[in-house]
Design a protein around this ligand. Structure first.
Ligand code: C2O
Ligand code: CU
Ligand code: CU
Length: 503
């Protein structure tokens, strides 16, 4: 046993995070039979050399057996639901063919990846129309991490993700590969994509379940599995947890208050491992944890809960003894000095429901709201003006960067926020200061990652510029997107209804 401190609450005072708006839907334990947890396959590169990797990523429709009876109509990447896990190796040049086999336009956003904006980044300016494909190319230049790919066609992002367009991405490097972590994919290193859904005669019905504060369902869906179990065959298990829900935060804990250790956050390995019995994760955040089942024996079952609802059951089998200890220091995290005399950017997230805004404005695809010079390191102060008693946590996300968390309301960040992050839960009444720098030029989005808030306008754009290399960007406009959606959905433009579109 190490003598590290073990954190036993979610870091949030209960009143703030347990008070949800009226529409909050609690999870319910499924009554369907337990199913083996789906483990997404690894996407096979078309080709890999010492320096380059080539992939084809296809957004497609399909059907998935989620519940007994009729299959559910779903969307996915290279599979019917969610996707095949994509591996990038740091230092290699990545070439990806993006193919859209859906009946409507979509985009391919690489959440957490440091690449040029806005096209490679894949936000709303980079639609791929149905039946079409496009190429992107970038150099992978960032530490090992768990990132993700999701659709981002504003204002239909939430609906596309709800239908299944979310996929795990793993960056590998030779720092991580030398650390004593489990890394046998599918055996002791597994993705855990946490989502929730509602079913209507075994189907998803996004419009029926629409809520401007975020669509939720009572049924946990983990890696696209309802009521999953996982067969544990190693003493230590690494879980790459992604909150892939449209709006739900997860409050995770195991049976017997089993201790677990977080080793990585959004942007990669933490400087030091952090031990928990309870961990909360908000939309789009990632937490890699190692669970040690050393005190259990074959036949035992250890349950992972969110609130008090079982979400995965770990069935313990024979395993070889593995008492590997983690070092107290894992990696060094860059912490560049803030550029002298640079501005402090302000991001005020306000409102709930249809009233959500950033700095008093709704999103406009053609407006650039803020700028930062390439190479500068600047503070961004992110506030949530919601009421402490009735407001919501807004998970704030920036494209194009992995930032450092400096403080929460002037206090130290949480112990698992000392690594690189791209998303951070900002509690009602709180201001979080982050330190931000960029390595690529482009126009990027920043927004609340409750996806309905983002679609509903709690989103803005910044430009990373270099005065020596001025660039102009042709930004997509809403009219072009709406005309395309209307045509693809076979309706007149004034009959088109995408929740969030005219907020
Ligand atoms: Cu997960 Cu705008 O992103
Ligand atoms: Cu993103
Ligand atoms: Cu929000």
């Amino acid at each position: 046993m190490s003598d590290r401190k073990v954190y036993t609450d979610y870091f949030f005072d209960e009143p703030a995070f347990n008070t949800h708006d009226g529409g909050y839907v609690p999870l319910k334990e499924p009554t369907t039979p337990q199913e083996a947890l789906r483990i997404p396959k690894l996407l096979k590169p078309n080709k890999e050399t010492d320096t380059d990797m080539y992939y084809t990523v296809i957004a497609q429709t399909g059907e998935t057996q989620l519940l007994p009876g009729a299959k559910t109509k779903t969307w996915g990447y290279n599979t019917s639901l969610l996707g095949q896990t994509i591996v990038f190796k740091n230092g290699k040049t990545i070439h990806i063919t993006l193919k859209n086999e859906l009946p409507e336009l979509t985009t391919f956003h690489w959440h957490g990846l440091n690449v040029d904006g806005p096209i490679t980044d894949g936000g709303c300016h980079a639609p791929v129309y149905p039946g079409k494909s496009t190429q992107i190319e970038f150099k992978c230049h960032q530490p090992a991490a768990t990132l993700w790919l999701h659709a981002h066609p504003c204002p239909a992002t939430a609906e596309h993700v709800w239908k299944g367009l979310a996929d795990g991405v793993i960056v590998k490097d030779d720092v991580e590969s030398k650390l004593p972590f489990p890394r046998n994919y599918g055996v002791d290193d597994i993705p855990l994509i946490l989502q929730d859904r509602a079913f209507h005669d075994n189907q998803f019905d996004y419009i029926a379940d629409y809520d401007p504060d975020g669509v939720q369902g009572p049924t946990p869906m983990i890696n696209g599995t309802i009521n999953p179990y996982f067969d544990v065959t190693t003493q230590r298990l690494r879980l790459r947890i992604l909150d892939g829900a449209n709006r739900r935060e997860w409050r995770l804990h195991f049976s017997d208050d089993l201790k677990f250790t977080q080793i990585a956050s959004d942007g990669g390995i933490l400087p030091e491992p952090v031990d928990f019995t309870h961990l909360m994760i908000t939309c789009a955040e990632r937490a890699e944890i190692i669970v040690d089942f050393g005190k259990y024996k074959p036949g035992d079952e250890v349950t992972l809960y969110s609130d008090d609802v079982p979400i995965v059951r770990f069935r313990i089998h024979e395993f070889a003894k593995d008492d590997t200890k983690l070092p107290d220091h894992l990696v060094d995290i860059p912490d560049p000095q803030v550029t002298p005399n640079s501005q402090v950017h302000k991001v005020v997230m306000s409102g709930m429901d249809e009233m959500v805004e950033i700095n008093g404005k709704k999103f406009d695809m053609q407006r650039i709201d803020d700028k930062q010079k390439l190479g500068n390191v600047e503070y961004w102060d992110i506030s949530n003006t919601n009421d402490r008693d009735t407001g919501m946590i807004h998970p704030y996300h920036m494209h194009g960067t992995q930032f450092r968390v400096v403080s929460r309301n002037g206090h130290d960040p949480y112990p698992n926020e000392r690594g690189l992050k791209d998303t951070i839960g900002v509690n009602p009444g709180e201001t979080v200061r982050i330190k931000v720098w960029f390595e690529h030029l482009g126009v990027y989005m920043y927004h609340c990652h409750i996806i309905e808030h983002e679609d509903g306008g709690m989103m803005a754009q910044f430009e990373v510029y270099d005065p020596d290399r001025p660039k102009t960007y042709k930004l997509m406009d809403m009219d072009t997107l709406m005309t395309a959606f209307a045509k693809e959905r076979g309706v007149k433009k004034d009959e088109l209804y995408i929740p969030g579109m005219d907020m």
